[in-house]
Design a protein around this ligand. Structure first.
Ligand code: ZN
Length: 419
């Protein structure tokens, strides 16, 4: 079989196209597959404007190239002057879309599908190195794919929603990420962290066959802006403050206590030196060294130690079997923390008192954890998802890139299959 025929088969061109010539460019280690249309193309061709047959060849557009899968480890490109047709019915002239054309310019469908598969597994820059393509071209393919697949998603059955912030650190643009807690997928990422992001989410629900009134439960942190956004846009939803956010807010209070204590008390400063990580973890995740450190510290009169014990006690409340038991334990916890804080004249426990007041204020939503049987473990996993997203989008920090990558890795979009 001569090469032209072989490539005709490989590219599955059908009758409307033929491989005119295959050139091997020694210097660039590249194969150029020159393709042209045959008269048979016009037999089946339908006008994109009126849908009728009877299109005739008019002329050819300038030459274009499409990167294709490698052939025997050589880069290959399809080269073609796309034909222009003239419709006999509506008389419009248009350029025929090549059957191999991908969603982004200059890449074939097969190459795009392969590139997307690589980008699922590794940072875009790394995929670019392997494929010998620029980041820009690969990102363009990713954007084209994500845009198309994401806009077709149906959110018809979405009823349990969670939201969290990505890029909490200063100097980054905040992103609020909405997730479907049942199918465990990212639905939407919106710039900002104010109440307005909830309006955006409500709007997007309409465009995806969903409805704000269908949302019955929403898991969020206790930020007043989020609470307001939910109230204003999701009348049927019960707010649930998930365990992860409650515990991490209390953990942050412990951290504040430690910082204050180090500042005001020289003896405490000596004891607390380099123990930052100890207080952030649960005892079961301590290293052996950290465990020994804790034993040394346990008989010292440290306010940080007391604050830490308070946090562990709150976590224990989450082991309660029912909402009724949990309510009692949480109410008792708040009372205990506030009493201790009031008795401590140094004021060091103030952050813990504030945390207790926050728990009191949001008690009903916190108890939703038991009443609704809502598992928000997926929300807790979001932080590692966010890091994975940033790793893959390394070097591209704008929200546009991060959003596309989020949808790509966690939106459960299909990689298109070109059969
Ligand atoms: Zn027409």
């Amino acid at each position: 079989m001569i090469p032209e025929k072989v490539f005709h088969h490989i590219l599955a061109l059908g009758e409307g196209w033929r491989v005119q010539q295959v050139d091997y460019l020694d210097k660039e280690s590249k194969v150029l597959i020159r393709v042209e249309n045959t008269p048979a193309l016009w037999v089946a061709e339908r006008c994109p404007h009126c849908g009728r047959t009877g299109v005739q060849g008019y002329d050819h557009a300038p030459e274009r190239r499409w990167r294709h899968l490698n052939v025997c480890q050589l880069q290959s490109e399809i080269v073609c002057r796309p034909p222009r047709g003239r419709c006999g019915a509506c008389e419009k002239i248009y350029t025929v879309r090549a059957p191999w054309e991908g969603r982004s310019r200059g890449l074939t469908q097969e190459f795009e599908a392969f590139a997307l598969t690589l980008m699922r597994e590794m940072p875009v820059s790394k995929a670019g190195e392997i494929l010998g393509e620029t980041d820009t071209k690969l990102w363009r393919a990713l954007f084209a794919h994500v845009d198309a697949a994401w806009s077709e998603l149906s959110w018809e059955n979405v009823v349990w929603v969670g939201a969290d912030e990505m890029n909490r650190k200063k100097g980054h643009n905040y992103l609020t990420v909405f997730v479907d807690l049942q199918t465990k997928r990212v639905l939407l990422a919106v710039e900002g962290k104010d109440a307005g992001v909830w309006e955006r989410f409500a709007d997007e629900l309409f465009s995806h066959n969903g409805h704000p009134k269908a949302i019955t439960q929403i898991a969020i942190d206790m930020s007043p802006a989020y609470v307001r956004g939910v109230r204003e846009n999701f009348a049927n939803a019960t707010v649930v403050y998930d365990k992860f956010h409650v515990v991490s807010q209390v953990a942050r209070a412990v951290e504040e206590v430690r910082r204050k204590e180090v500042r005001v008390d020289a003896t405490a400063r000596e004891h607390l030196e380099k123990t930052c990580w100890l207080w952030r973890k649960n005892p079961e995740s301590w290293t052996e060294k950290e465990g020994r450190r804790w034993e040394q510290l346990s008989d010292k009169p440290l306010v940080t130690g007391l604050a830490y014990a308070m946090r562990l006690e709150l976590q224990k409340a989450y082991a309660s079997g029912s909402a009724a038991v949990a309510r009692t334990r949480l109410v008792n916890w708040c009372r205990w923390v506030k009493t201790e804080a009031a008795e401590m004249t140094s004021g060091l426990l103030a952050p813990m008192r504030q945390a207790a007041e926050m728990v009191e204020r949001h008690l009903e939503g916190i108890l939703g954890h038991w009443q609704r049987g809502l598992t928000t473990a997926f929300l807790e996993g979001l932080n590692s998802l966010f890091s994975a997203t940033k790793r893959k989008a390394r070097g591209y920090r704008s929200t546009e890139y991060q959003t596309a990558m989020l949808y790509f890795v966690a939106g459960k979009l299909e990689i298109p299959y070109y059969g």
